[in-house]
Structure formats: C-alpha cells, structure tokens
Design a protein around this ligand. Sequence first.
Ligand code: GDP
Ligand code: MG
Length: 375
Amino acid sequence: MRTKVQRDMSESIVPPEVRPKPAVPAKPPHVAAPSPTAPHGPSGLGGGFGVDRVPGLGHSGSGSTLLGYIGIDTIIEQMRKKTMKAGFDFNIMIVGHSGLGKSTLVNTLFKSQVSRWSSGWGGEHKIPKTVEIKAVSHVIEEGGVKMKLTVIDTPGFGDQINNENCWDPISKYINEQYEKFLKEEVNIARKKRIPDTRVHCCLYFISPTGHSLRQLDIEFMKHLSRVVNIIPVIAKSDTMTPDEKNEFKHRVRKELETHGIEYYPQNEFDDDMEDKNENDKIREAMPFAVVGSDKEFQVNGKRVLGRKTAWGVVEVENPNHCEFALLRDFLIRSHLQDLKEVTHNIHYETYRARRLNDNGGLHPISANNTQESNL
Ligand code: GDP
Ligand code: MG
C-alpha cells in the first residue's frame, strides 16, 4: 500500500502498511493502581539524581522505612498519553548526487512512498540546473502515535560541472527553518505548539567508489556539520565486496577525522558514560553501508525487501547482507528523540544566540529577513 503524499496535515491521513514491529517502543509497563499498602511503588523511586531521598517519598531519612506509594512514576504514563495525542514532527533531509538511491532509501526506511522522486513513481525526472529543495510531508501512524514526517529532497546537488558552493541553498533552507521557529518563539502571542520544520537529520549519501571521499563530500560536511545533524551513509553498498566495503568505511572515517568533520552522534554531546559507550559503538560502525529497495521477494518462505541479482536476493533488512537495519534502528528506534533534542538544544540554540546577539538582543526580527520556505 502506498502512503498518500500530503502537502497539508489537514488533508486526509493515510496510514502506512501495517508492520509487524512498531518503530516506537512497545507499550510502557502497566501502571498499577496506587495502593496505600504497597511496600514499593511499581517501579521504585531509585536514586540517580544526585539528591538524597526525601522522607515521605516512600523512605525515611535512613532510606529504608516506606510510608506509602504516592504515584510520581505515573508521570511516564501521563507523558505518553500527551505525546500520543499531540504527535510529533520529524524532518529528514537527503543529500547526495542523483542516482545514489536516496529516494529509494527513505522509502525503504519508512516502508512507504514518502519520497516523490523515487524511480518507482513514474514520470520523467530531469536533473535540475541548480540545487532545488523539495519538502514533502506525510502523516505516519503506528501504535497510536502520529508522526508528521517531512522528507526534504535536494535534487541537483553534486550534479553540475561546477559544484562550487552548491551547499548554499541547503544551508539557507536550514537557517530559514531556524528563523521561522525563532519568529514564532519571540511572538508575544505565541502558539501553544510551534510547528517544527527544522531539519533534525541530514542523511549524506557517499558514492560507493571504494576510493575516497570527493572534495564536494568533504566541503559539504565541513560547512554543514555545525548547523545540522549529519549522518553519512555509503550508498548502494551491494556494489562492493565485503572487504572493499570495510576498507572503504575505514578510509572514510579516517578522512572525516583528518578534516575535523563531526557527524552525528557528536562526541561532545554525549550525556553520560552510558550514552558515550553506546554512541562509541555506533561511531565505530559508521558510516553505515546501506542498500535500499521497495520491492519484495520470497526468501525461505518469507517476504523480504530486497534486490534481486543473478546470484540471489540481497536482503535489505538482513544484517549479514548490509547495514540498513543498523541505520534504521539507530535513526528511528534509538536516536530519533535525541536527534530532535540536539537540533533544538545545540544547533537551534547556536542560531538563536547569534541571531539575538546580532539583533541587539531585544528588537523584534524583521519579517523580511528571510525568504519563506516552500513548505
Ligand atoms: P536518487 O536519485 O538518489 O533519489 O536515486 P533513486 O532512489 O531514484 O535510485 C536510482 C536508481 O538506483 C534506481 O534505479 C534504483 O532502483 C537504484 N537503487 C536504489 N538503491 C539502490 C541500492 O541500494 N543498490 C543498487 N544496486 N541500486 C539501487
Ligand atoms: Mg531521488
């Protein structure tokens, strides 16, 4: 089933295919009814916040006698309900020269036709003369949670003879979204919920040459890594042997390090040791070498997404075949909220501070300062 392209949230909402594994965590643990006799709250009120337990919160001063359950832990259930009602925005940008499988990959990630320019869409797709920015929004619902997904495609990037400064329109678009958000924030009568069009993640597609990064790749990531979360991926990795792939990944990591390019998850934003250990593993495995496909095949009695070759089917979601599943789990199942938080707390905050400083701090921002985006 195809997810209908929606430019506007008020249009009809078409849910995607029913999928066996939800992209959101399964139901939270059942919250037991408050019981005055319960010796412990359902999940306990452990430490970990660097403060002493407060007498009356189930513990006496010495930390052992319990006076009863209050119900503080129900905040989780309350937050879950609110999030379910409100839904959330997630905006993903795809960059890389044409034919690298960008549209196919985002369609594979979200298991529906979320990118208009996939080869599967029919119609002729001409390469534009300059970089274009095309944003398309969809509402995807799973397990009762609504996500407004916006895919921002950048056709024309890297396709010209002279690619000098071809990241300019991209950088401008990203800043325009920060500006839009800032304008809403400094309004006296501001909206209860500011629509979030800021780019939470930029998937940068590296060509599977097996050699090294191109100058353009380096320049783009250098310029943009300070304003947006960049996740580099190696496109069409089925075109390389496992040895070539590993060697290429290693080389790309080295080159990124040599040029001081910080991609997501950035070292400096690790919250604590647990976060650092988890992110170190991810950083060591990056850039993920992916394969995309919107076609299904029958393999060992199961229907799988894959690419059929003369030697068999490359299974997109099989971790022995490529790293698509690693990317999907990282991007959606473990780090989606963090991508949004780093965007808000680091990238947007940097923009905001600079903008308010330049502006003398207090003056309202002129409405003519930025162009409207095409959203
Ligand atoms: P885009 O221009 O970067 O958006 O690329 P498309 O998603 O339109 O894909 C361009 C062509 O590459 C299509 O014929 C796809 O079927 C093919 N393609 C997409 N992903 C892959 C992949 O992972 N491996 C291989 N071998 N081909 C792919
Ligand atoms: Mg495309």
